[in-house]
Design a protein around this ligand. Structure first.
Ligand SMILES: [Zn+2]
Length: 369
């Protein structure tokens, strides 16, 4: 995390501006290991990633104060007793682990081996999904707000973008090549995702925060230009409060945009994926008393992004069907352009993203479905 980024951030739990608490390791202007302080607590920065979960923050800070960086990273990565740094076998293998947990080493062994290692802590199907996101057509959807920014006349102004549930694979590097003044805040509740994303999909100007997406007020009020939730909303336990925060002026600038995509019909995914029913009606209710969002067909939008041009009228959803498979865009004072070019996305990135969600079949059912 850059020293100068601290002034953009506030604690999402007490809304106090963050101040630098300690710096244990610095690399140029980057805080590698340190801490930020607010009114309610002190939170660690581990390998440049701000960690905002309580009460593990305190235990991680104890290790950082002893300059035991390996133990701090290990606790962030596993969050499990099974791999607790105080265990004898972990203590003995500390020198090996410290080499192992470095970005250089991870890059050297490559993504496939990393995915294998990650399968020790996370369900295999999730790891596979995380590492193959660049093969999925719907992952390209994040470029929609960028395409809209690129046609605005004031395209050289600084843009602050919050991506909620970033996962491992992302397009931040390509996005920042297309729009160099783009600063991205990458939020994920899973530390391993952010850690591996940093190793393999770095991006120049990214603030990585490990926190709960239900508490989104991570930045100073009215400072965000874009908020994106790509294949994330249906994994949150309380999507309505999240949408109400995301569309509030406390976060977005007056001309800001909220973009949500990837709410496929997930009935065919097994129970343990943590996907919850998110019918369109629930989203409409979340925006009651405000402008209503514009719904679109996820699959069709992603297909057009891949092809190189979005003709928005063709992908808009007007009927109530389908109930579950949709995306939407919400802006207080902004109209969606009728046509947008996505030629700025490198051809190899577009060519790779070919996988599409299959038709749903019922693997589980409850009364909300
Ligand atoms: Zn606080």
């Amino acid at each position: 995390m850059l020293l100068s980024d601290v002034k953009l951030l506030q604690c999402p739990l007490c809304y106090e501006h963050f101040k630098i608490g300690a710096i244990w390791k610095k690399h140029g202007q980057q805080i590698v290991f340190g801490s930020l302080v607010c009114n309610c607590d002190e939170f660690p920065i581990i390998e440049g990633i701000l960690y905002l979960f309580k009460p593990l923050n305190r235990q991680i800070l104890d290790y950082l104060r002893q300059k035991d960086f390996t133990a701090a990273v290990l606790l962030g990565l596993t969050q499990r007793r099974k791999f607790h740094p105080e265990q004898i076998w972990i203590k003995r293998s500390k020198p090996l682990l410290s080499r192992f947990l470095s970005t250089d080493f991870l890059q050297k062994i490559g993504k496939v081996q990393c995915a294998r290692l990650l399968s020790l802590f996370l369900p295999k199907h999730l790891v596979k999904y995380y590492f193959t996101r660049d093969e999925w057509q719907d992952a390209l959807a994040i470029h929609f707000p960028l395409a809209a920014l690129l046609v605005r006349p004031q395209r050289q102004r600084k843009i602050l973008w919050l991506d909620v549930g970033s996962g491992i694979v992302n397009n931040f590097t390509e996005m920042q090549q297309a729009y160099p003044k783009l600063k991205i805040i990458s939020l994920d509740s899973n530390f391993s995702n952010l850690f591996l994303s940093k190793a393999f999909y770095s991006g120049e100007n990214v603030i990585r925060i490990c926190a709960d997406a239900h508490f989104l007020r991570l930045v100073r009020p009215h400072s965000l230009d874009v908020i994106t939730l790509i294949d994330t909303l249906q994994s949150l336990q309380a999507p309505v409060p999240v949408l109400q925060q995301a569309s509030s002026p406390e976060l977005l600038k007056n001309n800001g945009v909220l973009f949500v995509s990837g709410l496929q019909e997930h009935l065919f995914v097994e129970r343990e994926w943590g996907i919850f029913p998110a019918p369109r009606k629930m989203v409409r209710n979340a925006f009651q008393g405000k402008k209503q969002p514009i719904f679109f067909d996820n699959e069709e939008l992603s297909k057009q992004i891949q092809a190189g041009e979005i003709r928005f009228q063709e992908v808009r959803l007007r009927k109530t069907d389908p109930v579950f498979s949709y995306g939407f865009i919400w802006a207080n004072s902004w109209r969606v352009p009728a046509k947008l070019s996505t030629q700025f996305i490198p051809p190899d990135v577009r060519a790779k993203a070919t996988r599409r969600w299959e038709d749903a079949h019922k693997m589980w059912q409850n009364r909300a479905y």
